[in-house]
Design a protein around this ligand. Sequence first.
Ligand SMILES: NC(=O)c1ccc[n+]([C@@H]2O[C@H](COP(=O)([O-])OP(=O)(O)OC[C@H]3O[C@@H](n4cnc5c(N)ncnc54)[C@H](OP(=O)(O)O)[C@@H]3O)[C@@H](O)[C@H]2O)c1
Length: 259
Amino acid sequence: MAMDLKLEGRTALVTGASRGIGRGSALALAAEGVKIAVGARRRELLEELADEIVAAGGERPAIIVTPDLAAPGGGAYRVKDAALEALGRIDILVNSAGRSQNPDYPSPMPYDAPDAAWDQEMQLNYVTIRQLTLSLVPAMIERKYGRIINISGKTEPRELHTASPAKAAVHGWSKGLSRQVAKHGVTVNSIPPGKIISEQILRNYSEQQRQETSKWISSGDFGDPSDIANLVVFLASPLARYITGAVIPVDAGFRRFAY
Ligand SMILES: NC(=O)c1ccc[n+]([C@@H]2O[C@H](COP(=O)([O-])OP(=O)(O)OC[C@H]3O[C@@H](n4cnc5c(N)ncnc54)[C@H](OP(=O)(O)O)[C@@H]3O)[C@@H](O)[C@H]2O)c1
């Protein structure tokens, strides 16, 4: 018998949905009957995504054009207000807006990069995620159902990147939060992706670099956003009620540690 994920009729907000893993997660949740709101800065890409979801038989998602979430300020609260206005309630939050490198700086990052470079990455990859999550958690606790799924990143960097401390912060903060909200039916988990073909990967890696990097991936190839989205959908489901505070890599063995 097919596994019923019991997601029909639930609601979700997916950030970073115009491209890559966020887009893949939005498609996968919509295919399970979840009513979704999708956020990003580029409206035209979100409209294309909405058309694709409708063409596949899903309900048209609400579109939220977000501000630059790397800028200091209350971008997260604007996204929350727009999502609640569109959906009424949010059961599932997928935090996928983010980046692994700042395109305005060389890679790896020079150790004496200015404060602004570190601050921007902390804002986008951690502060915004925390603010958006915490603004939705009280209502999740009240309804006894909530799923927070953070698309994070590896925390054993081989070189210096401004995003790395922010990814580590997400993992540390998620663990603490998960312990406070578990009794209320709210789970908090993080997925550090391996190498997944997305807009930033295509921007940061030449064809030759992709071939070189593939040698370090056990399966020998880069993944697809759907490889992450399959886990997102499961974590969003009531079936995943006993998984919380976890950091679950999806990387075909790219990460070298045994646990
Ligand atoms: N793909 C991988 O192999 C990989 C590996 C490790 C970690 N990750 C992490 O996974 C997450 C998703 O990455 P991805 O690979 O799917 O990237 P992607 O294809 O480049 O998509 C990034 C998404 O985030 C949004 N976004 C980026 N910067 C933003 C900003 N300043 N303000 C608002 N929205 C912003 C983009 O939308 P707009 O530009 O339209 O706003 C886009 O929808 C990131 O946190 C990344 O660090 C990915």
